[in-house]
Design a protein around this ligand. Structure first.
Ligand SMILES: Nc1ncnc2c1ncn2[C@@H]1O[C@H](COP(=O)(O)OP(=O)(O)O)[C@@H](O)[C@H]1O
Ligand SMILES: O=P(O)(O)OC[C@H]1O[C@H](OP(=O)(O)OP(=O)(O)O)[C@H](O)[C@@H]1O
Length: 190
């Protein structure tokens, strides 16, 4: 049986990378793989263990068909290696740190995907982005503005099939809720 594509989305700073890191061993126990993204961001920058490439390398990879999914946001290009299709075909679940703006295309290519929306209170979000210290303040404001555009729209318009995970509290709680959603579906995990 084919595996499930699990597409994790949420505002910048909502905790997607942190959640994936914290849940990694327990996802591995369940045979769920976490995709290593290709990003035109230097490998030294703080954050996830993505593969950093130059814009030219990214364009060449894209032209070769190296990506199952790809998008641009925040001045960067993101690619999800095509290898995920082999993993899915082999029956493994695959978790992708995704883009809200690319949700429709993802659903088109992977209609059976499970979409998880990570949310966090806006004031907490601003503090976390500042504390993370990865972006300049002006970039943080741009990310917050981008966020405002999305969350309400997503919940209102794409509610069907979208599971909301709140990460305003301790990360360990969110890990438990994520695993519960994967194992049992949303209604069992309030
Ligand atoms: N539940 C949480 N409680 C406190 N801090 C958190 C929590 N989740 C994430 N953080 C912190 O918030 C910041 C943003 O998290 P990050 O995982 O980088 O978000 P994203 O990948 O969605 O942009 C990081 O500094 C991280 O340590
Ligand atoms: O369409 P959006 O939902 O706004 O998403 C745009 C991109 O931003 C995030 O990546 P990135 O890891 O660079 O940013 P983050 O860590 O600040 O979330 C997310 O994973 C997407 O790749």
């Amino acid at each position: 049986m084919a595996g499930r594509l699990i597409y994790l989305i949420g505002p910048s700073g909502s905790g997607k990378d942190s959640l994936l890191d914290a849940a990694r061993p327990r996802l591995a126990e369940r045979g769920c793989r976490i995709v290593r993204r290709v990003i035109t961001r230097s490998a030294e920058s703080v954050g996830e263990a993505a593969r950093g490439v130059s814009p030219e390398q990214f364009a060449a990879m894209q032209a070769e068909g190296a990506f199952a999914l790809s998008w641009q946001a925040n001045g960067l290009c993101y690619g999800i290696p095509r290898q995920i299709d082999d993993w899915l075909a082999a029956g493994d679940d695959v978790l992708v740190n995704g883009s809200r703006a690319h949700l429709a295309q993802t659903r088109e290519r992977y209609p059976e995907s499970l979409v998880l929306l990570l949310t966090v209170d806006q004031a907490v979000l601003r503090q976390r982005l500042i504390a993370r210290g990865r972006e300049a303040l002006v970039d943080i404001e741009a990310r917050l503005a981008r966020n405002a555009q999305f969350t309400a729209e997503l919940i209102a318009g794409n509610g069907a099939g979208l599971l909301v995970l709140d990460n305003s509290g301790p990360l360990e709680h969110t890990v438990e809720r994520l695993l519960c959603c994967l194992d049992h579906g949303h209604s069992a995990c309030a």
